[in-house]
Design a protein around this ligand. Structure first.
Ligand SMILES: Nc1ncnc2c1ncn2[C@@H]1O[C@H](COP(=O)(O)OP(=O)(O)OP(=O)(O)O)[C@@H](O)[C@H]1O
Ligand SMILES: [Mg+2]
Length: 566
């Protein structure tokens, strides 16, 4: 019997059809850790000295239960929703890949990476103090394949321990998995590049304890240990290559730790170009020139990404180099949050500090870009001209970032050009008043002439003086907008840039709490609402979701801030 690949029109509805799309570029072109057991049963924390990946199998969830999948993303991949009814599909994506069959493999992989925080290299996070134990501790890729001409990697998060687990349990709890699952698809719906969500399963019998907050606690740090069911969410991306990963190989070159170090660095960078920049970089160019192109394109993607984050109120929270995807998309929804009351210093993660706060993300991104630049430099050591170009690209980061931010502000305000006075004036007023970031810009998208139209976005009544300042700013802005063309068109455009529906943590909390009790209604409702954030949606949805944060949730642990994200 010949196993032909399903045609473009056909939707894949069985696991047997699904596996036929398997195509393993990473495992087939990069180096496996020579010390790995090879059978995938390599689950204990240990040092990894060389190679690009460790073959490892996930640890299945006991008594798995289906929570949800992303219908939107299934559709993009050409998968039918029926696929989730196939027991073998459920088995694999809840962590038991023994059901895999050719051409899919019964083995997955985890990768090592290095860590830099805000441009400073760290090794002490690794239990061995060497950096050789740091990498995917609970993320295991299990599939790589080509769907409708596009290559995707599928990775289980919370799929059990790997050699990089640093003696932790390799698990993710349902709470963080629901958040990551919903956030990825919300980000995509907002038009912001991101890892995607495929499926979410929970165990009906295994729980792990994590530090968390008691009900209505105002504590900064968690004040109790809470048992939460373990879950596996599968996230999907063209690759999961991180800046920290390039750094790991570059550090090995610098330390001359083994004879293949420079070659392994070259291989991983070449693999990155292939996985993330194939359509943009001509791979017939000499390698040094490809690296220069890569630096240019990554800078463009990264600066645009961070401008988008500011546009929609997102704070990554922990923008280390190991959470910075070299494909230029959002990765690792752990300590993230979305700003409700506008605050440039917004940072929901208590461990994150000011340097990773909302408006400091351009600088944090530059620090990550700096580490990327440092990591690829050794590859150009013999090509002075290419090196010079690479250095110029690095030095142009701040200017490129600023341009993207200005472009974003102009678009957010419905203007054709950036007007520094308008934006600065607005920033001052937003900071002086207490304004809901999403509601404000959505109401502004109606292009009102009077400040009263914006009142529903204010948390407090303004003084008369402040109202007058607002009115004067609004008039100046309005005068500029009308110069730009047809108001109805400008308003429609602004509504495609300023979402109506925000991620409001106090509306997410009940969903994961309910899910913990086995009821997934709210999770699915949120999936629905957050999949069309720019649409008006029904009155019922508007009444429930287009609202200021209630007073009762201010400063509450687990809602307004959190210190544990796993
Ligand atoms: N429960 C756990 N067991 C094993 N390793 C863990 C666990 N929690 C976190 N880690 C590892 O600790 C490191 C830092 O954690 P962080 O919260 O940034 O990552 P994460 O959310 O697990 O991963 P990712 O960046 O893959 O989304 C990561 O390398 C991660 O794999
Ligand atoms: Mg991480």
């Amino acid at each position: 019997m010949s196993l032909s690949k399903p045609s473009a029109q056909q939707r894949i509805s069985t696991f047997d059809e699904f596996v036929r799309l398997a195509d393993y570029s990473l495992m087939d072109t990069l180096n496996a850790d020579p010390d790995a057991t090879g059978d995938g049963n390599d689950h204990r924390a240990r040092q990894v000295f060389s190679g690009h990946f460790v073959p490892v199998t996930p640890t299945p969830l006991p008594d798995p239960e289906y929570v949800t999948h992303s219908s939107t993303f299934f559709n993009e991949l050409g998968l039918s929703d029926e696929l989730v009814n196939d027991p073998k599909f459920c088995q694999v994506f809840s962590g038991d890949i023994s059901a895999a069959h050719k051409p899919m493999r019964k083995i997955g992989w985890a990768v090592g990476y290095a860590l830099s925080i805000y441009g400073t290299e760290y090794t002490h996070q690794c239990p061995f103090g060497t950096g050789n134990g740091y990498g995917d501790g609970r993320a295991i890729s299990v599939f790589e394949g080509v769907f409708k001409g596009q290559r995707w990697e599928m990775q289980l998060k919370g799929g059990g321990t790997t050699p990089y687990c640093r003696d932790a349990d390799g698990r993710a709890v349902l709470r963080s998995s629901v958040r990551e699952f919903l956030a990825q698809e919300y980000m995509h719906a907002l038009g912001v590049p991101t890892t995607r969500s495929l499926t979410l399963y929970v165990s009906k019998s295994e729980t792990v304890a994590r530090p968390w907050y008691s009900q209505d606690s105002y504590s900064t740090d968690p004040d109790i240990m809470v048992d939460n069911p373990v879950a596996i969410s599968t996230r999907v991306a063209p690759s999961f290559l991180r800046v920290g990963q390039l750094e790991l190989f570059a550090r090995r070159v610098r330390g001359n730790t083994h004879p293949r170090a420079l070659e392994e660095l070259r291989m991983i960078v070449s693999h990155l170009i292939d996985r993330e920049y194939q359509n943009d970089i001509n791979q017939d160019l000499v390698f040094a020139d490809q690296v220069v192109e890569l630096a240019k394109l990554f800078r463009r993607r990264l600066t645009s990404l961070v401008a988008n984050w500011q546009r929609i109120g997102y704070c990554q929270g922990n923008y280390n180099s190991d959470n910075c995807a070299t494909g230029g998309f959002t990765l690792d929804y752990g300590p993230f949050g979305f700003c409700e009351i506008f605050d440039p210093g917004f940072q929901p993660w208590t461990g994150g500090g000011e340097h990773f706060s909302f408006f400091n993300q351009p600088t944090a991104a530059e620090a990550n870009y700096h580490m990327f630049w440092t990591a690829v430099r050794p590859l150009l050591a013999k090509d002075a001209e290419a090196l010079k170009q690479l250095d110029q690209i690095r030095h142009g980061f701040a200017e490129a970032m600023q341009k993207q931010i200005q472009k974003m502000w102009a678009a957010k305000l419905g203007l054709t050009d950036y007007h520094p006075k308008i934006v600065q004036g607005l920033m001052q007023l937003l900071t002086k008043s207490e304004v809901d970031y999403t509601i404000f810009f959505r109401e502004l998208s109606h292009v009102p002439e009077n400040i009263s139209a914006l009142k529903k976005s204010f948390y407090r009544k303004n003084s008369q003086q402040l109202d007058e300042q607002w009115q004067s700013w609004l008039k100046n802005w309005h005068d500029l907008v009308i110069k730009g063309g047809h108001l109805a068109e400008i308003s429609a455009k602004m509504k495609q840039i300023n979402p109506k529906y925000a991620w409001r943590e106090w509306l997410i909390v009940p969903a994961y709490q309910q899910a913990t009790r086995g009821d997934y209604t709210l999770v699915r409702e949120l999936q629905e609402v957050l999949s069309s954030p720019y649409d008006e949606q029904s009155q019922r949805v508007e009444d429930k979701y287009y609202r200021l944060k209630p007073e009762a949730f201010f400063n509450v642990g687990g809602v307004s801030h959190y210190s544990c994200s796993s």
